[in-house]
Each structure stands twice: as C-alpha cells, then as structure tokens.
Design a protein around this ligand. Structure first.
Ligand code: RIB
Length: 293
C-alpha cells in the first residue's frame, strides 16, 4: 500500500507563449483549473499505476477544495485521512510556455495545517511505502519519517521544493528523489558533490537525481544506475517529477527491483510530458506498459 502525506492544491494553469519576466504583463492563451499539489499528484500517479493509495492532508472550507480533491477522487484514492482546516486550500499559479517549461508560485495555505498524526501507526508497517514531499510543515514531515522508520515502512522523500529538513530525518529515509536544483541546494548544505553518488555517500540512503531531458541517475550500496531519457515531444513538463515519484513508489511497493522501477517511472514521466496539465497528464498502468513495450 502507498500512503502519501502531502499537499493538495488547486492549480491555476496559464497557458502562455512565453513565461512572463519580472514586471511584465502577458496575456495567456488559456486558463485551466486542475487538481494539483505534489502530494496529490504523486498519489494519483501511483493510483493510476494500479496501487492502493491512502492520502493524508488538509484542505480549506472553500471553493478550491473540490478542485484540489477531484483528481484524487477520480483515481480512487482513500481520502479518509484528509481533514478540513481553518485556512485557504493550497493554490498554485502555474505559467507554462510553448517549450513546455513552467514557472510556479504556491500558496500552501491549509497544507501547512496537515498533521502527521493523521496517519496512524497501523498504516506505517512494512507493507507500506510512504511518500512525503516538502509542501507541508517540515517538522510534521520529520516526525512522520522517524515514526515510519520505527514501524518499518519504506520511506520515499521527494525533497521538493528544496527546503531544509533535519539531517536525522533525511538519513532515516530509504530513498531520496531530487532534481538538479534540489541536489545543488542539498549538496551545498552537506558540503558534498551534487551527483547521486556523492549525495549517497554523504547521507547513506539511496539517492535518485532526476536530470530533466537527460534522464536520471541513482546511487545506492550496489553502485550507480544511469537511466537514459525516453525521447518524446514535450508539450508540458508540469507534474512530470511527481509522476516519476508516484510511479516509482508504486513499482517498488509491488516488489519491482530498483532498476526496473526507475525505467517504469522514467517512461511514465516522459509520457506525462507529452500532454498538457498536471493530474490530467498522468498515465495509466496500461499506457505505461504499452510505452515500455
Ligand atoms: O509539481 C507540480 C505541482 O507543484 C503543481 O501541481 C503545483 O500545485 C505545485 O505543488
């Protein structure tokens, strides 16, 4: 089973030709309102890949809550650990350009009121893969990681966005997934190199560094795995990292070995880049299987 403790957002997506510069006003071609949030995106990605998923988080008592929850509901995610909070539902303003790049500002709102105790001990045993990110309160995430460690769950931390987390919590994870910017921030803090091998040596956990169009690399006690990128026509990269993490978690949870799980996750993330949107771009298990051939 997958348990996600993380953010639930409503994404306001501005489809633009170019990303606005500071001080510049540009007109968008289209506005899309979609369910988002790194936690919710990862939960939906795992559920579409066939995993049983429980989501824990918080939303406000406002009109954005239903926008944030719609994708989770549609994917059959268990929402019994999502609570109402006295703050606005998390909301992201996302500008995308014709090259598929994006620029994102997030108001976390209710996400910061999600509490790790919403996930009971019984959900943190060896049969669980726990997915956590950095759009909820850091201390709650730290406490949940340490509690999950003591109960035997596999713990996958996506250190996105790159905010500080206690070293003890980082070292209590099983897998750390980071992109190039996040790896640079972490390496700066640890005084290590930025590549997966150097970060693995510094932390002692499996480190997976995603490299955008260059694929990904993973380092663990068995050595280094390089995952080449799947060549696709990129339309929109929003949520591709979440797709990667959700499908990786689902694959590992099914008992698939790391190298194959990485291949599946990379293929799914590449597929998501060929479609516009956040959760609407996440592929199903059948689509991933077909792309893997
Ligand atoms: O990773 C993409 C996500 O980041 C968006 O869905 C947005 O809500 C922000 O959390």
């Amino acid at each position: 089973m997958i348990v996600v403790f993380g953010s639930i957002n409503a994404d306001l997506i501005f489809v633009m030709q170019h990303l606005p510069q500071p001080g510049q006003t540009l007109l968008a071609q289209e506005l899309r309102i979609e369910a988002g949030g790194k936690g919710a995106n990862q939960a939906v990605a795992a559920a579409r890949d066939g995993a049983e998923v429980v989501m824990a988080g918080a939303v406000g008592a406002d009109n954005l809550a239903e926008s944030g929850l719609a994708g989770l509901r549609g994917a059959g995610v268990d929402l019994s650990r999502v609570v109402p909070a006295d703050a606005a539902t998390g909301c992201a303003s996302i500008c995308t350009d014709a090259a598929g790049r994006n620029q994102i500002a997030v108001a976390p709102g209710a996400n910061l009121l999600a509490r790790e105790r919403q996930v009971e001990d019984g959900l943190l045993g060896p049969g669980t893969t726990l997915l956590v990110q950095m759009e909820t309160e850091g201390q709650e995430t730290e406490r949940l990681i340490l509690r999950a460690r003591s109960h035997g769950a596999r713990i996958l931390l996506n250190l996105a966005p790159a905010l500080p987390l206690a070293l003890q919590a980082l070292q209590a994870t099983d897998l750390l997934v980071i992109n190039e910017d996040e790896a640079a921030c972490l390496a700066n803090r640890l005084g290590s190199g930025v590549d997966a091998g150097a970060l693995h040596a510094a932390l002692g956990v499996t480190v997976i560094r995603t490299l955008g169009g260059e694929g990904a690399e993973a380092a663990d006690n068995d050595g280094l795995i390089r995952l080449p990128a799947s060549p696709v026509e990129v339309v929109d990269t929003t949520g591709a990292g979440d797709c990667f993490v959700g499908v990786l978690g689902a694959a590992l949870d099914k008992g698939i070995a790391l190298a194959q799980a990485l291949r599946r996750a990379g293929t799914a993330a590449a597929l998501s880049c060929t479609r516009r949107g956040t959760q609407s771009s996440l592929p199903t298990a059948a689509e991933i299987d077909a792309a893997l051939g």
